[in-house]
Ligand binder design. Structure first.
Ligand code: G3H
Length: 496
């Protein structure tokens, strides 16, 4: 059970504590934030509503702890990360249980998220030792007009305090994808978990606590966005922000000031299916890509752009697969589970109703019970429908029939988003040309979009983000270059 056994100290009564100065604390606000179970739509957990004063204290201790952490040998930092990874994986069951209750993640996927997170932390420790263990050596006489009188040594140094803000859909994995690179690089970390997913994140943080990281180096503050959201992102003590989520990221980047930003802000990932595609492969990927975790992934297939000549066959194959999806609660590992909040379900419904009014073909009946929406394929979607452009973040997938590859690429590139895209074809030359033409951070050939494996670079163009993730890119992003130049006396040509 959440908050019991190893995790007993992170809860007080029925409210989970926040983590600061190496301890689990109650907020002086005396208030809590309820976490609603998406399935039952009842309060399942409660977390502390931290105050701005408490955030100030967290920032102070993060700053102090970082100074000595940066001087801790790299191998020791790596050792602690490996320890945290092992503890995390050992406690996958209670953490996964939180994910099931807080964000309705199907039970098996919840366990996978925790294991994947442990692996990410370990990989990060290993990669960090390699990346940060070497620097550069430059000599001055390679630049015109210079003698060989200067030796330049470069190394990578930490940024300071990294603020990590992960989203509800991967509150553990997308938290550690920020925490581990920050820590191995010698930064301290302040984590602001999403409301839905906060309890899973607090459990994960406890695993880092048990590993024995120094006090103040890692903090996790919970609370209302209206009270501590802007306060955190505009805090002068923050030296870097790594955020994954929705539109809020654009607002953060406008307010954040002169700190490096790593932002991943959603997408409208297009799947282009050509006439020569393996249609069984395309259908399997479209269903998995469009409906796993009820479409609540930034890398979900969010629009299928299908050549008219194969559209009828492909749509039938997709519908056959949709008919086999199980719909229900996450505890029994249903394929499609309730979406995270009622307002999210209402938003999805708005897109569906707009498509209905404008004449889309409903391949299934639209069914909704509470936050649970049955998987729905909308065929013959046209560009005047909202769902052609907006991100439902739900189990609803539009099909737009196209008459040329150019039409598909044009639709993809007309989007404000540019996260990932995919193309199904047996012609690798065509696939490469389409990949070049698609304005997205990644193009998958003959597979649905996906972020993992977690060491691959992951980035969005346009409104989909700033910077690149993936383990090596995140480590580099959370450092800056420091140079030391040794100035030698002018060369004496008489020597030697
Ligand atoms: O929701 C955004 C995630 O970064 C997607 O990750 O492709 O592993 O589901 P995923």
């Amino acid at each position: 059970m959440a908050g019991s056994g190893t995790f007993a100290e992170i809860i007080d009564g029925d409210v989970f504590k926040y983590y600061a100065q190496g301890h689990w604390n109650k907020s002086s606000s005396g208030k809590f934030v309820p976490i609603i179970n998406p399935t039952t739509r009842k309060t399942h957990f409660k977390v502390q509503a931290c105050t701005q004063k408490e955030v100030n204290r967290v920032m102070e201790s993060a700053k102090t702890a970082q100074k000595s952490w940066a001087k801790t040998p790299l191998w020791k930092r790596a050792e602690l990360l490996h320890k945290a990874a092992a503890i995390l994986k050992e406690h996958k069951a209670p953490i996964a249980e939180c994910l099931v209750k807080e964000i309705a993640k199907p039970a098996k996927d919840a366990v996978t998220e925790v294991i994947r997170s442990g692996d990410l932390v370990s990989y990060c420790a290993e990669e960090g030792v390699r990346i940060l263990g070497e620097g550069k050596f430059l000599v001055s006489d390679s630049f015109p007009g210079n003698e060989r009188t200067k030796y330049c040594l470069t190394s990578k140094i930490p940024l300071g305090v990294v603020l990590a803000i992960p989203p509800f859909n991967y509150p553990v994995n997308l938290a550690v994808s920020k925490i581990a690179p920050a820590l191995i690089a010698g930064n301290s970390i302040v984590l602001k978990p999403p409301t839905q997913g906060a309890v899973a994140a607090l459990h994960m943080v406890h695993c880092f606590h048990l590993a024995g990281f120094p006090e103040g180096l890692i903090s996790c503050v919970t609370g209302k966005g209206s009270e501590i959201g802007d306060f955190l992102t505009m805090h002068p003590g923050v030296n870097c922000i790594s955020f994954t989520g929705g539109d809020t990221g654009i607002a953060i980047s406008k307010k954040a000031g002169m700190v490096p930003l790593q932002m991943e802000l959603g997408g409208k990932d297009a799947c282009i299916v050509l006439e020569d595609a393996d249609l069984d492969l395309a259908a399997a990927n479209i269903v998995k890509g469009g409906f796993s975790y009820s479409g609540q992934r930034c890398t979900a297939v969010k629009v299928a752009l299908v050549m008219e000549s194969v559209a009828n066959t492909l749509v039938k194959k997709i519908n056959d697969k949709i008919a086999k999806l199980t719909v229900g609660p996450p505890e029994i590992d249903s394929d499609v589970t309730p979406v995270v909040t009622e307002s999210s379900a209402n938003f999805i419904e708005g897109l569906v109703m707009d498509a209905k009014e404008k004449g889309a073909t409903f391949c299934q009946e639209y069914v909704r019970e509470g936050n649970l929406i049955w998987p729905l394929l909308l065929d013959n979607v046209r560009p005047d429908m909202r769902i052609a452009w907006e991100e439902p973040f739900g189990p609803v997938l539009p099909v737009i029939r196209i008459n040329s590859v150019e039409e598909g690429i044009h639709h993809c590139n007309a989007s404000n988003f540019g996260l990932q895209g995919c193309v199904f074809t047996r012609d690798i030359n065509k696939a490469m040309l389409i990949s070049d033409a698609m304005e997205t951070g990644t193009v998958q050939i003959n597979s649905a979009p996906a972020r993992g494996p977690d060491h691959f670079p992951f980035q969005g163009l346009k409104d989909s983000g700033i910077g690149s993730q993936g383990i090596a890119n995140s480590i580099n992003m959370m450092t800056k270059v420091k140079t030391t130049i040794i100035n030698l006396p002018a060369p004496s040509y008489t020597m030697g």
